[in-house]
Design a protein around this ligand. Sequence first.
Ligand SMILES: [Fe+2]
Ligand SMILES: [Fe+2]
Length: 280
Amino acid sequence: MLQLAPTTLLFTSHFLMQNSVVTGTSAGSACIDPAYFPDEIDAIRREFLQQRRQNNFLLFTHGDFDHVLGLGRDVDAITVIQQQALALDHEQIAAECRQYDAAAYLTREPPFTFPRIERTFISRLDLSAEGIPLLLVHTPGHTADSAVILHLEQGWAHVGDMLSDIEFPIVRDSFRSYRSSLELLPSLFREYGTVSVIPGHGHLAADRAEAERRRARDLRYLDNVEHRLRDLVPAGADLRRCLSRMKDIRVGGEPIPPYLREFHEGNVALIYYELLTGPK
Ligand SMILES: [Fe+2]
Ligand SMILES: [Fe+2]
């Protein structure tokens, strides 16, 4: 656990280095993406209950199962997620969570169900009027519902599944959207005084230079994949051939580790079809 500010704690799970935040003010509290193991969620829940005041929020950066586990029963908080999350297959997300838990022989009580969402937003949502200086901004690309959450006074932002030091871009929605979202981040960070960046998975980027280093690395990776595909696709290469020509792509100068290769191949396939058919 890391104290980011007097009333803000960062919790990092032993599962996929998931990052959860609890932050409070005299008006209320907010918890972002509580995860993952039951004892870890209990610790986050205790902190959240301690900071609870009048206006309390449970915020999700996106609807992937590892980000929407919630805080268990009887937690009185307004749940918020970007509107596109309503269109997700919530039963399939629950099945994915059950599969991961079963593989780890893990019993989750109460069992996972996709949270009941009380508030959504389309482009931006500012909670300042309710005493919580947090701004949620839609940044699609990883998923259609992805958002970043910026603290407007403490200089940090939770960016969901972007800018990780242990992952590269995992593009499941749209390559073009992912790029646009990466391109939006510097102006957001400047405008709202963001210094440190919390990725959904991995280590805190403690300053803007480190966040920028990760952003530039991720843009380079996407550029490399796109440029190679722009040569291959018009020449009539099918997806199999494209995949075979992408094996040596590096991220930040390093080869892609075996456990992330399936995500790289998923990216190649998505960008391949996006180049063939145009963006969604
Ligand atoms: Fe995700
Ligand atoms: Fe994630």
